[in-house]
Each structure stands twice: as structure tokens, then as C-alpha cells.
Design a protein around this ligand. Sequence first.
Ligand code: FES
Length: 675
Amino acid sequence: MARPPSMTNPLVFFAPSGKRGRFPEGTSVLEAARKLGVDLDSVCGGRGICGRCQVEVGDGKFPKLGIVSAPDHVTEWNAVEERYVSKRGPLAEGRRLGCQAKLCSDVVIDVPPDSQVHRQVVRKSAAIRDIAIEPVVALHYVEVREPDMHEPSSDFRRLQEALEQQWGLKDITAPLESLRLLQWSLRQGQWSVTVAIRHKREIVGIWPGLHEQGVGLAVDIGSTTIAAHLCDLASGEVLASSGVMNPQIRFGEDVMSRVSYVMMNPGGDVELTTAVREAIAELAVSVTKEVGLNSNDILEMTVVANPIMHHLFLGLDPTELGGAPFALTIDGAYQTRAAHLNLPLSSGAYVYVLPCIAGHVGADTAGVVLSEGPYLRPEVSLVVDVGTNAEIVLGNRERLLACSSPTGPAFEGGQISSGQRAAPGAIERVRIDPVTLEPRYKVIGSDLWSDEPGFDKAVIRTGVTGICGSGIIEAIAEMLLAGLITPDGVVDGAMAARSPRIEEDGRTFKYLIREGEPRIAITQNDVRAIQLGKAALYAGVRLLMDRYGVAAVDRITLAGAFGSHIDVKHAMILGLVPDCELDKVGSAGNAAGTGARIALLNASARTEIEDVVRRIEKVETAIEPSFQAHFVGAMAIPHKSDPFPHLEAALGVTFKRGSGDGEGGGGRERRRRRG
Ligand code: FES
């Protein structure tokens, strides 16, 4: 009597998924994986040409699984694998093509990370989660029936049939742009093509024969620069990155002046839209060229941007965002075909734009939220993106709040006597000896401190040209620690008796950091400009803390280009952010761009951030009565009354408290800058 099939069929156990099942002898490892829902990649559909299905066959006893596994428990290395390695080079030790190795006996199969579709892209910082890949667009190689007079059907009909038979994909659609390439591709590929299918529904790219790499572009449109990252959609790897100055700068340095340009020049919005789209098109061409591809190989693009850049990119009128009540045309995520935006991507490629949070908290902040994931944690996180405006997000998995605060241009070097943007030659680090009151500094482009041998030679090419935002923050924080400024931010003229670096400057004083050309000093007005900016930021943070009902935060992340350059300790001494354990304060680099990259690589991340943004409570600082009181208290350095116990313990100091009344002028002034 024949034994029941379950007893005779080989048992296969897949690691790391833990899925197991019995299959008839001769079933390929790929087929078994598919039936069990094991994550094993394939582009060629088991034809032994893509190499994406590689597996390792366990060798030894696995008592817990009740399996004795050995390499010969699957069929021998075959001619198809031989052909693959002759063309593509050897497989790693112990690996087989899962589509060729067929089950003979019980076996343990290990699916290495690079053969998984839903693999993890490991990110450097342990504090942030890895990026999980969940492709929006996947490649499928198919062999299509040749046309036949006796059974007439169109090229597209036969392609649909092939996709259904070979991949189980039903009712696939294609835009006209892709259909235009179908006839040529089929004949060129001798009736085999690779199609890129979006969301298992729609063809967005087509190539003759086997095409193995799908790429996408993540774009961060900043007011000053536009950055683009070309990513492999299967591995998540960043293949090339590039940035250009935002060409809209010629219409206005900051976003508000660009809105004014639109208001004053009929048709100006079209000019601005064309400028930004052309810059992105050029970036798409240059990053793909760098890796030997074409811009029309890009299958999907994601975009983050502040609200005004977001509107101008989509061709929406931004003038409503120039003033209260800052009404967005749309706030949800938006997707449209690249062709509609005149971008030279793949025939059917889509552009997905992340949602905006509020009229002055944009899709770039949504990108930061997606990247940093404060909505996933139990502890209360503060995420701050510092620029001309600070975007502030506070909360945890229960509740998330967001606002923006008008910090002004000081953190980017604007309105500072020797200020400049962060660029080679700018002072970015400052230390002041509390005894001698002598400074030393570092400039961007050199690793040496100014008092180290070889410094002059190291900066000969760039010179020392000014001081950037992070340099100013450190300078003022160090001036406080050295007693050169009072907690109210007054440069103390009495210290001139101790150091010739304190110089008279009209009716106030300044501190000389560098003699020479240019002479670089921190003036009273510089300190005031920074106080105004930091008070606005801090007041916004406190407003959200009040609203949330917390007196302290558990974790702080400084995002953005500026945030990644700030030394967190100095930022806290200045009172830019509230007290927190110092090792819980960090910078996230270009978190908005990372958010765009996550949305590019992971379909669920899109619905996730759309849901989170809908839930974020938006707080408008302009209409909050307590903002002004918080602002005045925050004018003192680090603060008039808020405690900084962690910082004081770390530094071994006790801060004197300032009056916070902005003595010295300008303390009650408050600017409104948006964007
Ligand atoms: S599935 Fe393509 S080589 Fe195995």
C-alpha cells in the first residue's frame, strides 16, 4: 500500500522565515518558496538568468527541526547554473540558484538577505530604524507568444496573458507611453521583454529581453539646493547622489521673496515651476549618467519640499502661502505621471509627493517624521529642522504635534556681521579658553584647529572667509562659559580689562575671533540676532510641550543640513533646545531626503506617513498668546528660568539666570518669516 504523500514528500524548512512544508520530489526551491509565501526574489521567473533567487542549502543535523540536511538533498548543479556562472561569474560558496535546485529529500534552505525582496537597508545610527524594502515597482521578465494568423490577438493581449500565466498578475494595464514601446521591445527582444509593474497593476517601463535593475529617484527640493539620490529599487542602495543650487534663487533668495515675485509678475509662477522642473530633469540625467544609465530608466520618483517649493514644483499657485491663514491647495500626498511634469523619466513613471503637514510645515517635515519615526516610540521625542524657519515636531506614538517658528536667517549666517553660509573657508567650530580668553577655531575644509601646526597651510586654498551658523552658535555658547557675555546676551565691556579681544564697537562691545583679512568678530548685534532666532525656536518648542503636557523631553533630534553641523552641547548651552540627557540628543543629517528615499523604497511607508500626517495636531504659533511669554524667557542664555539639570551636570557648572528682557535692544522684536 502506498504511503500517504505527506510521508514521502521531502520536507523543506526555510530560514530565516521559519516557514516549512512538504512538496513532491522535483519541486524547485523557488516554487516551494512561492507556495509557502517565503520571500525569495526572482526577475526572470525561474529561467536561471537573473541570479536573484540564490539560496544556501543547509549541511548537517537540525535536531530541533527534525531534519538532516545535505547539499545532495537537492538536485545536482545543472547546465543552466553552469551557463549562469560562465556568463556572470561564480556564485558565493555553497550557493545554488533556487529555481534550478530541486527537492530530493528533507532540506534546510537559507535565504540570504540579498535574495529577499523585503530586505532591510541598514542605517548607520542605532537610534533609527533600518529601511525595509517593499517595492512599489517590480521587474518581471516574460516570454510572450508570437503573433499567429490562426489565433489573432494583439501584442498587449498576449503580454497580459503571459504575465498572468508566468507571474499570476491579472488585468495589468499600460499607459499609452509604455504601449508605444511595446511593439518594438517585443520584436527586439525576440518575444521576451522585461516589464516594470507598479503596485502589481500598471506597466511603467518596458525593455527588450532581460533587464535586471530598476532604479528610482528621491528628490529633496530645498529653497537653496535641490538634492537627488538615485536608488536601486531592489537593494535600496544609493547608486549616485547629486545636488544643484535651486535655480529659483534668481527670482528671490528666500521663499517669501519668490512668492512676492509670483504676486508681482503675471506668469511668474510658470517661470518658477519651469526652473525647478528643469533643474530636477538635469539632475535625473546627471545621476543616471554617472552609473551608466539613462534618465528614462528611472521608474519612480519621490519628492519632499517645503510648502512653497511643493506648490511651485506641482505648478500650484503659492501666493496663498505668503500670508495668513497660509492655506495649502492640497495637503495630502499626491502622485502624478512624470510626463505630466515634463520630467524625462521612464515611459509610465510616477512622481509621488509626500504630504504637507500645514501651510508652513511641509512635505520635507513629513520626510523627517518618516525618517525619524517619533510616532513609533513610547518616549516623547522632539524633532527640530532648523533653517530660516524652524519646523518643530513633538510627541510619541500616542500623539504628535507640529508647528513652525520664524527663526530668521541668522542660523544660516544672514544678518551676522561676518556671517556666511556653510562653505569651505567658513569657521564652523570655536573654543574659548576660559582663563586666557583666547579663541581657537576650525574652518570647513580642514581638520586642524587654528592653533595647531600646519593650520595656515591647510587653509591656504580656502582662506578663512567668515563664520557659519554652527560657528556662531559655538562662539556665543563659549562666550557665555568664559564670562564674555552675560546671561542676557550683553557683550561684557568690563572684560576688556582681561583681554584685548574685547573691543569697543560704538556704544557696545565685540569679541575678536580672528585678526586679518577679513577680521572676524562677534558683535553685540550678532548675539542679538542669534538670541532672536533661538528664542523663537525655543518658544515654539515650549508651546508644543505645554500643549502636550510635558515639562521635559526624552530625546531630541536636530535635522537638516544645519542641524547636522551643530554641536549638540553648544546648542543646548545657547538654549536652542530644552534640557535633555546629552546622549539622547543627536543630529539626523538630511532626514527629509532620507524620508523621500524610504517612500521610494517602501510602499507601506507611504500609507504610514499619510496616516501619521493626518493625525498630527497643527499648532499655529502666531495666534498662541503664550508664545510671546515663552519668547521673552528664551531670550536669556540659556534661559531665564527653565532648568538645565542634565547640561549643568555634564558641564559641572551652574548657569546664572538672565532677566530675559532682551536688555541691549531688540529683545521684544519678533519677525515673521515663512517657508
Ligand atoms: S529566478 Fe532568475 S535565476 Fe532563478
